[in-house]
Every structure is written in C-alpha cells, then in structure tokens.
Write a protein that binds this ligand. Structure first.
Ligand SMILES: *[C@@H]1O[C@H](CO)[C@@H](O)[C@H](O)[C@H]1NC(C)=O
Ligand SMILES: *[C@@H]1O[C@H](CO)[C@@H](O)[C@H](O)[C@H]1NC(C)=O
Ligand SMILES: *[C@@H]1O[C@H](CO)[C@@H](O)[C@H](O)[C@H]1NC(C)=O
Ligand SMILES: *[C@@H]1O[C@H](CO)[C@@H](O)[C@H](O)[C@H]1NC(C)=O
Ligand SMILES: *[C@@H]1O[C@H](CO)[C@@H](O)[C@H](O)[C@H]1NC(C)=O
Length: 386
C-alpha cells in the first residue's frame, strides 16, 4: 500500500484521493499508520444537547483512549460557505468529507485536519483546533509541554489548556494518538447510523458505535437555553403560551425522525452492525453513571480505569452551579428532570405529537396534563434493557 504501509489498498478510489492530498504536505507521505489490528475505534454518536459532552468524558478520562471532541466541526464550517451546490449533492459531499476525516483520524493521521482548519495551519501547527481543551491527550505531554504539573492538576482542563499549552502541533498529536490503544471520537454531526456503514465495514478500522439518546423534550429545553437565537420562536411560544404563526417545527421533526431511524437500525442489528452497536439513554447514565459506564466498557472490551471512576465520583455529585454551557461537571441527577419545570405544556404536547413513535421505541412516557408534567415523582422514563 502507498499510504497505509501495512494494509491492503481497499477502495483504490479512496487511496488515490488520499495520495493526491498527501503530496500537498511535505513529509507526510512517509507516515505509516498503525495496522488495523493494533488499535480499536469508538464513535460516540449523538445529537446536540443530548449529554454527549458528559458521556464523552467517560472516554476522555481513560489513559488508553485518545479522545477527540467533535472534529467534524471544521469540515462543516468549510462547507457552510459552499452554497452553489444542489442541496442533496452538497449533503452527500459533506458526508463523504466527514467519513474521510473520521477514517484518517481513527488511523491517527491528524494532519488530515489541515484541509479544514481555518486559518490554515502553518508548519502543521494551529491555534484554531475546535475544542482542543476537551481532549485530555491534546492537553498533556508530549503534545502540551507548556503546562506545569500544578497547572495540569487543576480541573477542568477547559480552564487552562488553551492558555498554557503551545499551539497544537498536529504531527505530534498524531504520534500521541498512535501510542494509545483506542481512539474515540464524539460527534453530533452525522445524521444517521447508516451513514457510517462504509466506515464500520472498512477493514482498516475496528469501530464500535455508542449511540447516545435523550428524551427529545429535554433536548429541546436544553437547546432553548443554549442556542437562544436559533430557538427564539420556541422561547416566545414558551413565554406567551401562544404558538407563533411563523413557527418552524421541521428541525425538531427531523431530530426525532433521525433518532428513531438510527435506533431502529441499531436494534434490528443488521449484519454489518452486529456486535458493534450499543444504545445508551442519557437518563440511565445520569442516574447510574457507574453502572452504565461499566456496561459501556464491557461492550468496548476494555477495562474501566480508576481515573474514569474518579471522574464520575467528582462530577456527578456536585452542588456548585456552573456557568459554562458546555460544562460537564454538574449534578447530573438533579438537572435530569429540570425540563419538566421549564417547558409549557403546549410545547410538550406538540413534541409528543411530533416525536410520539420515537418515544415509544426508547421508553419515554407521554404526559396527559400539566399536573403530570410538573409532578416529578411521576417517572417518565420506563425501565428498559436494549
Ligand atoms: C515555518 O517553519 C519555517 C522553517 O522552520 C520558518 O522559517 C517559518 O517562519 C515557520 N512559519 C511559521 C508561521 O511559524
Ligand atoms: C511538530 O512535531 C514534530 C514531531 O515531534 C516535529 O518534528 C516538528 O518539528 C514540530 N513542528 C513544530 C513547528 O514545532
Ligand atoms: C456525593 O455527595 C454526598 C454528600 O455530599 C456524599 O455523602 C456522597 O458520598 C457523594 N457520593 C459520591 C459517589 O462521591
Ligand atoms: C419557559 O417559560 C417559563 C415561565 O415563563 C420559564 O420559567 C422558563 O424558564 C421558560 N423555559 C425556557 C426553556 O426558556
Ligand atoms: C404524583 O405522582 C405520583 C406517582 O404517580 C402520585 O402518587 C401522586 O399522587 C402524584 N401527585 C400529584 C399531586 O398528583
């Protein structure tokens, strides 16, 4: 093989594509990735505001896992400017670029990111890597040498990583990636599990999917609080109890359909996905983080490290209120039901109509009245084993 030294050229089209790209980078063609059997790959597959930052920490804290937080952000940013393509063609090209990037990141070629990061990295080095501080490996030696031991013991890394670490050297990050046995990536940007099929079937990878879902009503409440501009109409509706006539329900409709479609794919367990799919409800994880973490690690075939358990103990039991909207350190149990006090019944009813079939599939119960909605002792998550 040309690019992956120890591997067969599978889809030669893909290899040619990579070969052409690598000629643009001096020295990169000498890179030889690890063999398919030497590393395992994990994808945390989810949707915005489903608790994926929190869940990603279960991987980020493990010393054998090289974790990346939403690397596809950079691809999406580039594609936002390409408005001339037909929408369907645009969507397929974007998905193709997502998969290309995932394949290269899973095989520890982080230099492939250079195609997408703006401004363009100089000498394989950048200060613009999206959410670098959410990746433990990218804030630790040898990738980050600028932080003292005292800095590094301060938690969370988000607070000091970007200030203390020198600009990110992607070549060095690739080497750090190769030294770990597992590469885990979290993304909320792939619509459907079936979009990942080519990656799951790629023999260069040994990929397992952890599919994180959450009650769509809770997702909506969280998005309203986080993305105030995009969800302005919902906020007006919530504040006035009157649905604005220009209300666009399609985003939420799409979210529920995508979630339902992917859960169905996963639970039907087609041959290409068999043994490689785990469905996790955020509610179960937040209520019993240690039990669920053990289940996830069993599925991955990896021992649960004490560092992960320590993180769970320190971050699922806090009473301090964080003002960082992407914060993962909070009392997961206390916030779990807060949407029930923050959404008008009208909105909840509309959500139940839009998302009804996915609710049944995942074990989320409808409420019939505002009294039921606000009665927090009434459980809306049915016990389920998937
Ligand atoms: C990149 O490296 C070259 C050679 O070491 C150096 O001359 C140049 O200034 C570097 N560029 C940047 C932006 O650091
Ligand atoms: C980045 O790291 C590589 C590998 O350690 C090193 O050879 C290279 O000189 C570094 N680049 C910069 C700009 O520091
Ligand atoms: C959580 O906090 C409570 C009260 O502060 C304490 O009793 C309990 O042991 C803590 N649990 C964990 C898992 O740390
Ligand atoms: C919805 O309205 C209620 C009552 O006015 C308010 O307390 C709550 O914070 C609002 N929820 C959101 C998500 O904006
Ligand atoms: C709240 O729900 C619980 C459990 O279903 C029920 O026993 C209780 O009577 C309800 N409280 C009110 C005020 O409706």
């Amino acid at each position: 093989g040309f690019f992956f030294v120890n591997q067969v050229c599978l889809t030669c089209l893909l290899s040619i594509d990579i070969a052409i790209k690598t000629t643009e980078y001096d020295g990169l063609h000498l890179y030889s990735g690890p063999t398919a059997t030497s590393q395992k790959h994990i994808l945390l597959f989810s949707q915005t505001r489903s608790g994926s930052s929190f869940t990603g920490q279960l991987f980020n804290q493990h010393p054998k896992i090289f974790y990346m937080f939403e690397p596809l952000y950079h691809v999406q940013q580039i594609f936002i400017d390409v408005s001339t393509l037909h929408q369907e063609a645009w969507g397929r090209a974007l998905l193709g670029a997502y998969r290309d990037l995932l394949l290269n990141l899973y095989t520890c070629n982080l230099n492939f990111m250079e195609d997408y990061i703006q401004p363009k990295p100089q000498n394989h080095t950048t200060t613009s890597f999206f959410r670098r501080s959410s990746s433990h490996a990218l804030c630790s030696p040898p990738v980050c040498l600028g932080a003292s031991k005292k800095n590094r013991e301060r938690k969370p890394e988000e607070v000091w990583c970007n200030q203390k670490c020198q600009p990110l050297n992607l070549t060095l990050a690739s080497l750090a990636c190769q030294s770990r046995s597992h590469v885990a990536i979290k993304t909320v940007r792939i619509p459907l599990i079936k979009d990942l099929r080519t990656l799951i079937e790629d023999p260069r990878l040994d990929l397992k999917i952890v599919h994180l879902v959450r009650d769509p009503r809770a997702i909506l409440a969280s998005r309203m609080a986080t993305f105030t501009n995009q969800y302005r109409a919902w906020k007006i509706w919530n504040a006035t109890n009157k649905q604005p006539h220009y209300m666009d329900l399609s985003v939420i409709d799409r979210m529920c359909k995508d979630m339902e479609y992917s859960v169905l794919t996963g639970l039907q367990s087609p041959g290409w996905l068999s043994g490689r799919y785990l469905l996790v409800r955020y509610e179960d994880l937040a209520l019993n983080p240690e039990v669920k973490a053990r289940e996830i690690y069993r599925f991955l075939g990896l021992d649960l490290d004490t560092k992960v358990l320590t993180w769970i103990a320190q971050n699922t039991n806090s009473t301090k209120k964080s003002n960082n909207k992407f914060s993962t350190s909070r009392d997961s149990k206390a916030t779990l039901q807060s949407w029930r006090l923050r959404l008008g019944f009208d909105i909840v009813k509309t959500m139940q109509n839009l998302c009804g079939t996915s609710f049944a599939l995942m074990g989320y119960r409808n409420v019939e009245s505002v009294t039921e909605l606000r009665n927090l002792t009434l459980r809306l998550v049915e016990p389920r084993i998937f």
